[in-house]
Structures are given as C-alpha cells and as structure tokens.
Design a protein around this ligand. Structure first.
Ligand SMILES: NC(=O)C1=CN([C@@H]2O[C@H](COP(=O)(O)OP(=O)(O)OC[C@H]3O[C@@H](n4cnc5c(N)ncnc54)[C@H](OP(=O)(O)O)[C@@H]3O)[C@@H](O)[C@H]2O)C=CC1
Ligand SMILES: CC(C)(CO)C(=O)C(=O)O
Length: 306
C-alpha cells in the first residue's frame, strides 16, 4: 500500500517511522523547513520501544500529483485547513483519509473536503514530542494507533490496511467501533490536557491530592454530561472508566498540550475544550470546571500571541 503521512511531527513521524522501519512504502508530505531538516538529519526516533534513524521519501505540496492508497493526517487542528489544501492532489477516488488528531470536529472538516466515503476513523495514544533538531522523542512506552471504518464495517479496504499496519514496533489496532472510541479519546484528552495544562504539572502529583482527584472527576463528569446531551455515542458511565485510566497513567505523564505550552507554542484549546464549551452553552449545561480550564488556556494564548 502506498502510504502518505501529512506532517512529520511527533505522531506522524512516530507512526510513519514505525511503518517505514518495517519496510512499508511510506512517503511524508512536508513543508520546506522540515524537508531541509529531514534531508540533513534523517528521521530520528528516540523511544522506549527502540531508537532508529530513517531516510524517508519526502514530497511537498508542489510535487507531481499522484493518488495514495491511504493518507494519515497528523497536523495540529489549527494547521488542518492548510494541510487539506496541500494534500488535495495526492487524494484520489479510492484514497482512505485517516486522521490522527485529538478532538472530533475535524471529521466534519475532512468529510466536507474529501467526501463521506473517503474518511475513516482514527486516534492514537502515544506520548511524543519534537525534540532538538526535530528528533521525535517518545517519553513513555505507550504507542497505540486505533483505526477503523466509521460505519464499523470490516470492508476489503480496511482488511488491506490491516495487513499493511501489522507487525511494526507500534501497536496498530483495528476497531469495529471507532466512532465511539474517538469520542472516548476526546473525553479523555480534553480532561487530561485541560488539567495538566491548568496546573502545569504531570498527572501524578495532581491526582495524588484529594482536591486534584475531585477536580479531575468533576471535569470528566461535566464533559460526559455535555456529550450525552449532544447525543454523542459514548458508553454509559464512561467517566468512571476514564478516571481509572487517568489514575493508572505513569506518574510523570504529561499531555501534548502541556508540552506545547511549555515550549510557548500554540495549543488546540478551541478544538478540544472550546468546542465542548460551545456545545454546553447551546445545551444549557453548567460546566464551571471546563470554564476555568478554558479561561486558563485563553489567557495562555493571549500571552503567546502578544
Ligand atoms: N504528541 C502527542 O503525544 C500526541 C498528539 N496527538 C494529536 O496529534 C495531532 C498532532 O500533534 P503532534 O504530532 O504533537 O504535532 P506536531 O506539532 O509535533 O506535528 C505537526 C506537524 O505537522 C506539520 N504540518 C503542519 N501543516 C502542514 C502542511 N500543510 N504540510 C505538511 N506538514 C504540515 C508540521 O510541520 P512544520 O514543521 O512544517 O510546521 C509538524 O511537523 C494533534 O491533534 C495532537 O493533539 C494525539 C496523541 C498524542
Ligand atoms: C495523553 C496523550 C499522550 C495520550 O496519547 C495524548 O493524547 C496527548 O497528550 O495528546
């Protein structure tokens, strides 16, 4: 399968790198600065699951148009509109578009751009960041990419994709309920990123405090309530399961939003917390913890933009 990864950042570089390392036909669509960097250093991954240096095929938006079998989208949400335009000439009628972004509203954006049929579902669990010279640094062993048809169908194309994704050093998991899994990840990450960026600490010290534990629980419950009223396909009582998950993460685990804030970079506040805050307003659900988190994130963004 011809695989195109859009963005050689933390997650695109990580999962694309693992596929390339296994010997899959992987190409990265990059912008000029990153292209130059990768041509100089190679694609370097430093990881608890094994380091590697790879020399990937690179294209830019101006390269010769050709259709790929699958396009993995791994930009930030605020870069997605640009990425959609840049990747258009590499998406054909048969191309599967697989987004790995956190959040949910990008699915509508992609369906509008490429059509209902082209877009499959995806998410990932990996703690990765771009280090010095663009090295991909994975800071804990978790490395799961979950994907599937949004209809849940075990189609021929998804079976072909499964074969391509098998036997890498990362865990590629085919799901028959990816819609629900994306919403669950959205609930998890909106809490995890909100709480860790609010308190500027990894999850361990926050959850150890009784007040920290109550704040995490309150945010999970608020978000679950909004999602339920919105009609999202979430499992009954999912907050309890997600609280267990948050309590079982490594002590030092941080969110990617928190790492971006530490580097004074833009964050995905509107795509993650803001979207649910808007839904809460429409549905008249009280969300005081979400509002506190969102206010902190907006104040941070104001500081970065000034
Ligand atoms: N990091 C993590 O641990 C996790 C992140 N996520 C989610 O994954 C998504 C991506 O995050 P992450 O990998 O951390 O982000 P990064 O900032 O590390 O990577 C994004 C990459 O996309 C590239 N890019 C942006 N626009 C384009 C374009 N038009 N053409 C080509 N390349 C482009 C950027 O390149 P350039 O250098 O040119 O700007 C950058 O390398 C986010 O939604 C995040 O929430 C999910 C799970 C874990
Ligand atoms: C919490 C984590 C690392 C899990 O993948 C994540 O999704 C993120 O930080 O964006």
């Amino acid at each position: 399968m011809k695989i195109l990864i859009v963005g050689a950042g933390a997650i695109g570089g990580y999962f694309g790198g693992r596929l390339l390392e296994k010997g899959e036909d992987v190409t990265f669509l990059v912008r000029d600065r990153r292209k130059e960097e990768l041509e100089t250093t190679g694609l370097k991954i430093e990881s608890a699951n094994g380091d590697c240096i790879l020399n990937p095929k690179l294209i830019t938006k101006n390269s010769e148009p050709e259709a790929y079998d699958v396009v993995l989208l791994s930009t930030k949400s605020y870069q997605l509109a640009g990425a959609i335009e840049d990747v258009r000439s590499f998406v054909g009628d048969e191309t599967m578009v697989l987004p790995l972004l956190n959040g949910i509203s990008h699915i509508d954006q992609l369906v509008e751009a490429f059509g209902e049929q082209s877009v499959i579902g995806g998410l990932c669990f990996v703690e990765a960041t771009l280090g010095e010279n663009g090295t991909i640094v994975q800071t804990s062993p978790l490395n799961q990419l979950v994907y599937g048809e949004r209809s849940g169908e075990q189609s021929d194309r998804i079976e072909r994709l499964k074969q391509s994704f098998e036997s890498t050093k990362a865990e590629f998991i085919l799901s028959d309920n990816i819609n629900q899994e994306m919403w669950h990840k959205y609930l998890f990450i909106t809490t995890m990123s909100g709480i860790t960026t609010l308190f500027e600490e990894p999850i361990g010290p926050i959850r150890e405090l009784e007040s920290g534990q109550r704040t995490i629980t309150a945010l999970l419950n608020e978000l679950e309530e909004v999602m339920k009223k919105f009609g999202a396909p979430i499992e009954h009582g999912i907050s309890n399961k997600l609280l267990e998950k948050i309590n079982s993460l490594g002590e030092g685990m941080k969110s990617s939003m928190q790492r971006d804030a530490e580097k004074s970079q833009p964050i995905e506040a509107d795509h993650l917390q803001g979207y649910l805050l808007e839904r809460a307003k429409d549905l008249e659900v009280a969300v005081p913890v979400l509002e506190t988190v969102y206010t902190k994130l907006k104040l941070y963004e104001k500081g970065v933009n000034n």
